[in-house]
Design a binder for this molecule. Structure first.
Ligand code: GDP
Ligand code: ZN
Length: 295
């Protein structure tokens, strides 16, 4: 399912975009149809298309409200990877913001690609990549303005559903436009096909990009960096810490003030990135405050 406006759902069907509504059973059902869901369409005798069923989900992106310890809301289905974009300069590289966006993707069990855009403004932007490469992530250095690295990024999107996220102003929209020059055309075609006035508030949207790829985009997804995380999610969001955590003196070490912490020692030896470790601590503090607001 590509997007929804009220009770109307736009569903991609090969090259076609079909407008469909929910069938009675689905309407009453407990399962909400999400952007990214694979659905079964049935054409009624009058030619109207209805959604009859939802296919099994490969992944589910869930949102937790900041400051709340439990309760999540599903937002999108079948996302294959999250592309976290930052800028080498303008705005200034912000490791904590990057780590926060990445932590939400990790908490949702989604693979991550890190993109450092605007490399034309700062050829030394490579230094931002190091902590993420060390942690095991794929990092691409790109520039929309001088067309660097765009082929590599396009190749990474092929055949997958991707979510682009990252701080404001880093060039996410510019990247998407550069990677999918046909996007404007396609959008125009779709709105002509369905009757005018139909496309009011689109809550979430998915559109084709590159070769057999899709991008999910919606206002609610652009701010995933503000979604809340719990302490377990924070710990799991820094895979490089796990390399050392097993050697901490205490099994349940949180790598804060505990004696004999192998993670802290690794940071002191420069085997782990200090900025990543600071992000970990800050996110953990936030998670603790959310579950124990009285402190
Ligand atoms: P978004 O908020 O992440 O979607 O960012 P935009 O795509 O709106 O881009 C913000 C600004 O950065 C715009 O003025 C773009 O022209 C500029 N920009 C985007 N990519 C690049 C780049 O690779 N190099 C430079 N120098 N500027 C860029
Ligand atoms: Zn420890």
């Amino acid at each position: 399912m590509l997007s929804r406006a009220g009770g109307r759902y736009r569903v991609g069907c090969g090259e076609e975009v079909v407008e469909a509504s929910l069938r009675g059973r689905m309407k009453r059902g407990r399962v909400r149809v999400l952007v990214g869901d694979e659905v079964t369409l049935v054409y009624q005798e009058d030619g109207a298309a209805t959604i009859e069923d939802i296919g099994p989900r490969r992944s589910l992106l869930r949102r937790r409200s900041p400051g709340r310890s439990h309760g999540t809301r599903p937002v999108a289905a079948n996302i294959d990877q999250v592309v976290v974009v930052g800028a080498a300069r303008d705005p200034e590289w912000n490791p904590f913001l990057m780590d926060r966006f990445m932590a939400v993707a990790e908490a949702n069990g989604l693979p991550i690609v890190v993109v450092v855009n605007k490399i034309d403004l700062d050829p030394g932007g490579e230094r931002h990549a190091a902590p993420y490469r060390d942690a095991g992530y794929l990092v691409l250095l790109v520039s929309v303005n001088v067309s660097t690295g765009l082929d590599d990024l396009a190749a990474q999107l092929t055949g997958k559903v991707s979510l682009f996220t990252g701080p404001t102003g880093v060039g996410k929209s510019s990247l998407l436009n550069a990677l999918s020059p046909g996007l404007q055309l396609r959008t125009a075609e779709v709105s002509k096909r369905s009757r005018a006035g139909r496309h009011t508030t689109v809550s979430a949207e998915m559109y084709p990009i590159g070769r057999d790829g899709y991008v999910v985009d919606t206002p609610g997804l652009r701010d995933i960096g503000l979604w809340g995380l719990d302490a377990h999610e924070v710990a799991a969001a820094f895979p490089e810490l796990a390399r050392y955590a097993g050697q901490c003196r205490f099994d349940n070490c949180r790598h804060l003030e505990e004696p004999g912490c192998a993670v802290v020692h690794a940071v002191e030896r420069d085997d782990l990135s200090e900025t990543r470790f600071m992000s970990y601590r800050r996110l953990l503090e936030e998670a603790d405050r959310a579950t124990r607001p009285w402190e």
